[in-house]
Design a protein. Structure first.
Ligand SMILES: [Fe+2]
Ligand SMILES: [Fe+2]
Length: 357
């Protein structure tokens, strides 16, 4: 085939549209009288680097992460730091974590990590911790208190039951709708730690919590769920400005529960459909979550794109630029007290769930 300039531009254009990758820029903007300074950080999540054999990895997932990092390195102004939201590996293998971290090392700046179940359930986080660090921690940055939780733990008797091989446990936790699976949780040890950690934080200090699973209950069959979410929410309740940002669900979700604003960040690997479009059951999503205006949830690159999170005085607004979809904004409305998508909040403007199964 003769590749003339016109064809080249056309195919390149399509390729760029089709592989636009999710990365979030989070801007924390504070009023003139606030002691906190404005700054930004960027967020990349769910790369699912997957080992095949020899030196081969699933190329699409590699490329997803590589492209997000390229975009992140071009951001202006430079983000103060980067967050990685978990599921760096697909099956927790050393090969996957090493390869993922090698790609991540191209990111120019400080990176904080959240652990995902795909990183954890092969060796219970041992290798991840040896390469990256603690599974939960907090830090302060320019007047904001950041908390990183490991929300993908589960009941000890499930974790430590006699698995024929560690990979059986990993695969059991990786599968959707698996009756042999187990719900995610933060657990008592971490909740006690969080209670102590928050004791020293002023009630008016903005708090941003990073977790892998949603710290709310959305859909248990896919572990879009944290069993003890309410306990964490209760600890966050006394604070004026709380935002929870999570990965894992590979789709746009947002919600408001009391004082807490929730936002999911999309994946660099693939988008999940909304649970109801897969299960054909009534929606288990919180009613404030607006359905992604997605033409085809099983086209791996559809409805991925950039999302910009703008956290103003602790309240989040998201600006999505979705390839092949209309751009949209989800912004906190202080009059009604929750985030609103001005266009798609109206169910008449949504594309209904797709029946692919
Ligand atoms: Fe994931
Ligand atoms: Fe996950």
């Amino acid at each position: 085939m003769e590749l003339n300039r016109r064809t080249f531009l056309k195919t390149t254009g399509v390729a760029l549209m089709g592989t636009a990758l999710p990365m979030s820029l989070v801007r924390l903007a504070f009023g003139a009288h606030s002691p906190a300074q404005d700054f930004t950080f960027a967020y990349i999540s769910d790369a699912h680097i997957q080992y095949i054999k020899g030196d081969k990895f699933v190329r699409n997932w590699d490329m997803g992460l590589i492209r997000a990092i390229r975009e992140a390195n071009l951001l202006m102004p430079r983000p103060d730091f980067f967050m990685f939201g978990g599921d760096l590996a697909q099956l927790g293998m050393k090969e996957e974590l090493d390869h993922g971290l090698e790609i991540m090392s191209r990111l120019r700046g400080k990176v904080y990590y959240v652990i995902g179940e795909h990183d954890y359930y092969l060796d219970l986080g041992e290798y991840w911790q040896s390469k990256i660090g603690p599974l939960w921690y907090s830090f302060d940055h320019k007047g904001v208190h950041f908390v990183v939780l490991n929300s993908i733990l589960t009941y000890d008797n499930w974790t430590h039951k006699k698995w024929a091989a560690p990979m059986d446990r990993m695969l059991a936790m990786a599968r959707l709708d698996n009756p042999e699976g187990s719900p995610f949780m933060v657990g008592e040890e971490q909740i006690a730690w969080l209670r102590k950690d928050l004791e020293k934080v002023n009630r008016s200090t903005p708090i941003v919590v990073f977790s892998h699973s949603p710290l709310q209950k959305i859909y248990k069959g896919w572990n879009f769920w944290t069993e003890d979410a309410e306990k964490v929410q209760a600890l966050l309740k006394p604070f004026e400005k709380v935002t929870v940002i999570y990965g894992h669900v590979h789709q746009i979700q947002y919600n408001q529960i009391g004082n807490i604003t929730f936002h999911a960040v999309m994946a660099t690997a693939w988008p999940w459909p909304y649970p109801e479009s897969y299960r054909q059951v009534a929606s288990c999503l919180p009613k404030l979550t607006v359905h992604m205006n997605r033409a085809d949830p099983f086209f791996e690159r559809d409805a991925t794109g950039w999302q910009f999170i703008d956290v103003h005085e602790g309240k989040a607004g998201m600006h999505y630029q979705l390839p092949d979809n209309e751009n949209r904004s989800v912004v906190f409305n202080s009059k009604i007290g929750y985030p609103q998508d001005l266009k798609y909040q109206d169910s008449g403007n949504r594309i209904p769930p797709q029946t692919h199964y």
